[in-house]
Design a protein around this ligand. Structure first.
Ligand SMILES: [Zn+2]
Length: 124
């Protein structure tokens, strides 16, 4: 398995860049505390990180994306959803202390309701 450090977003807007930074920070925290590693080199967290990155890049809402916890579309498969939920439950409350800017941005953004589904994804 190649390392996933090269998992860079293709062309996503600022909001998803921030969301990606948030999930990465959460995973780093979770992995360091539970596995004593970095997610990029962790058998458990590495696949989750690249999966989350891919889902974010392909989010049907584009940059109108709600926070995932707030979203009506469940784009994660059941196993990955459960994994990411465990990570967020652990890292979420710790974000405000360790990454206050990302943590607060996520909280504020999370208060907004999810938008309606886009009619049809533009063919681009
Ligand atoms: Zn890990």
């Amino acid at each position: 398995m190649p390392a996933v450090t090269a998992a860079r977003p293709r062309s996503i807007g600022r909001r998803r860049v921030r969301e990606l930074a948030t999930i990465r920070a959460m995973l780093r925290m979770y992995c360091a505390d539970h596995h004593g590693r970095a997610p990029e080199s962790c058998d458990e967290c590495g696949p989750l990180l690249s999966y989350a990155t891919r889902r974010l890049e392909r989010c049907v809402f584009g940059d109108a994306k709600p926070t995932c916890a707030n979203c009506r579309v469940h784009c994660y498969g059941a196993a990955m959803r459960e994994q990411v939920r465990v990570v967020m439950r652990y890292a979420g409350p710790r974000m405000l202390l360790r990454h206050p800017v990302l943590g607060i941005a996520h909280l504020i953004h999370g208060r907004r309701p999810a938008p309606d589904l886009p009619k049809k994804a533009p063919a681009s």
